[in-house]
Ligand binder design. Structure first.
Ligand code: ADP
Ligand SMILES: N[C@@H](CCOP(=O)(O)O)C(=O)O
Length: 357
């Protein structure tokens, strides 16, 4: 093969919600999905689909056909909505994954962002971050994980109220954004999806006190985000809404203050919008949310479900191991094995770099 350009795409994992910020807040953390993408400058053969190679966590469970794999289907959505029918020929995508699937650490959000960045790269589209987010939101549809994965740091985000035309462009079913391509789909298969409306998602980066680290305790079972969203009610009481809004307003500033105030943060991380309804899906969650406090565990600032779960996120300034081990013990008493790690906030967000050989 003639000369190739090689790129590295790196996307961090994310913990969404942070207690009261359901579908609003997310933090990018120091585990990532990375792709090495080799693009031949003059392919020796036309129409050869990308070769996908996976290493790392959960790599045995990933489809390697570019028409079935989430990363490449998202990339193809970005390409096709720009009128580019298919992938360039003979591309090689080597993915290395550190983000466990279905544990509430934003693996699908990271895959979607990686896919959007891949489409942008393969199509030479030069989309800016706001436009990249529009494409990601057409797939993921809640902004907390994807905004934080793209931008890095501690992020708050909302979806704009769309005009009727934008609403109809944004309301196309996911099955049309990411169709089930037949394995032998040729370049002219199906109808190209429309471009998403502009500026669907808006975000702001909050401050983050440098001494705060995130302990992620992940049970060894998967909980699909779709299932954990399915148990949530459609309506909430005024009391519960006010409970969350009051805490969210305080939390976003309290986590930026150095030194952080555990008494203020602990209660500000309580939630009445998603965690109470997800208790039945995660054995041990009620105990974990009540038994570990800044008094019982000095260094602990607050504790919540990470994303849709089942991972528990504990924010702390010290005593990381003993906090993690006590959460592990509560899970063990419920017959659940876990893996845990102490993570830093990833301030860089997603990156795309050319690797010069
Ligand atoms: N790197 C990846 N490559 C391909 N598919 C992925 C990747 N990461 C996640 N997925 C898909 O997303 C699913 C998990 O999504 P989800 O239920 O939203 O959980 P999470 O909380 O990890 O985001 C996986 O089962 C897999 O189908
Ligand atoms: N706000 C969403 C976040 C889902 O995050 P994930 O990491 O579990 O995919 C929700 O709570 O449903």
């Amino acid at each position: 093969m003639s000369s190739s350009k090689i790129y590295k795409i790196n996307v961090p994992c994310t913990s969404a919600n942070i207690g009261p910020g359901f579908d609003v807040c997310g933090i990018a953390l120091s585990k990532s999905l990375s792709l090495k993408v080799t693009i031949p400058q003059k392919p020796t053969e036309e129409g050869v689909l990308p070769k996908i190679i996976y290493t790392g966590l959960d790599s045995d469970n990933v489809p390697l056909s570019p028409y079935k794999n989430l990363l490449t289907r998202v990339a193809l959505y970005v390409l096709r909505s720009h009128g580019i029918q298919n992938f360039p020929s003979q591309v090689i995508i080597e993915a290395n994954n550190e983000i466990p699937f279905g544990r509430g650490l934003g693996s699908s959000g990271a895959a979607v962002i990686a896919g959007v960045l891949l489409g942008n790269l393969l199509g030479n589209l030069n989309l800016n971050k706001s436009r990249l987010l529009d494409f990601a939101l057409m797939v993921e549809r809640h902004p907390d994980n994807v905004s934080a994965a793209l931008m890095g740091g501690f992020i708050g985000s909302y979806l704009r109220e769309l005009s009727p035309e934008d609403m109809s462009a944004a309301s196309i079913p996911l099955a049309e954004v990411l169709p089930e391509y037949p394995i032998d789909a040729g370049p002219n298969w199906g109808k190209n999806p429309p471009l998403p409306p502009k500026g669907i998602g808006h975000f702001v980066r909050f401050g983050w006190a440098k001494e705060i680290k995130a302990i992620a305790v992940s049970p060894r079972f998967e909980l699909a985000t779709a299932k954990a969203r399915g148990v949530l009610p459609d309506n909430y009481s005024k009391k519960d809404l006010i409970f969350n809004l009051q805490r969210l307003a305080v939390l976003t500033t309290a986590l930026a203050r150095s030194p952080p105030d555990p008494e203020l943060i602990y209660d500000a991380m309580a939630d009445k919008v998603h965690q109470p309804y997800r208790m039945t899906l995660i054995p041990g969650l009620p105990k974990i949310l009540t038994e570990l406090t800044p008094t019982s565990h000095p260094g602990l600032l607050g504790i919540c479900l990470s994303g849709a779960g089942p991972t528990i996120l504990a924010l702390a300034t010290h005593n990381f191991d003993s906090i993690a081990q006590d959460i592990e013990q509560i899970f063990k008493n419920e017959g659940v094995e876990v893996d845990w790690s102490v993570l830093d906030v990833d301030e860089r967000g997603s990156t795309v770099e050319e690797i010069i050989a």
